[in-house]
Ligand binder design. Sequence first.
Ligand code: LIP
Length: 305
Amino acid sequence: AEKNLEGYLEFAISLAKECGQIILEASKGRYSKINKFYSKGENPTDLVTETDRSVEELIKSRLNSKYPEHKFVGEETAAAGNHYDLSDEPTWIIDPIDGTTNFIHGFPFVAVCIGLTINKEPVIGVVFNPFLDQLFSARKGNGAYLNLNTKLPLSSPNPPVIIPSSLAECLVISEFGNNRSSTTLGKKIRSVHSLLSKPGDVTWGKKNAGLVHGVRSLGSAALDIMQLAKGEADMFWEIGCWEWDVTAALVILRESGGIMVNGNGPNEGPVDILGRKYLAVRGGSSCAGDETVEQSQLRLVRELW
Ligand code: LIP
């Protein structure tokens, strides 16, 4: 099985590189047909381009001919109304372009994401940003790497990346997403308001633990999570993105020592990758006191609620 995983990872890496070249090439024709964008259904901010579609088709056909017995879930295929349940079979969960809006505007945080689950567990992850030439990859049990040989998190183990001793010391990443209904957006903005405000200044929300160091958004959930895997941000929280945005990234995050939990309320139970609610904390060495790394991570999760 170990040998199989090695082969899957190798294949996913070469496929991600091939797709990255296509994405980069397509981005040069910014206003040409290949980059024409459409909104999915009625939502004018949920965008797709010809490149999303053609890259997904390419990944799908490559995977089908190499591993005909494996299952496939892709963002654009799912958007076309194909529903599925995650089974125990090896299942490739892919996003041809995570950060489609960035791609359209030339904002260089765009990634092709290729993840594989076996027995419903994410075991292979490749996230490639061709604009910055950053390839993140991991297979379960074997560590996470940037550009194949730099181990993640970047500064570990020497000097160790200390887990912040409180939420107030964290750099948090979150996204506004595509659902702009005032109820959904209002909740997100109130959460961010609460995180950024002095404790006590904001009375809504579950708990105002606020005044974090800052809140950031890159516009690609996968690349947000890669900032945690590198050790350059502390927490990620998004409600509303999808399994193809996070599955590949999750393997890399975990292999870098990070955790991801259910992102909906104080129940830090295991993340449901189809659940669309994701809360992650980066890895590192333990903070002061005798907490383990995991205890420190879960303490930050609880502080957020
Ligand atoms: C997007 C994400 C973005 C998130 C959106 C959307 P797409 O993916 O990665 O961070 O806020 O909800 O899902 O559509 O560019 O693949």
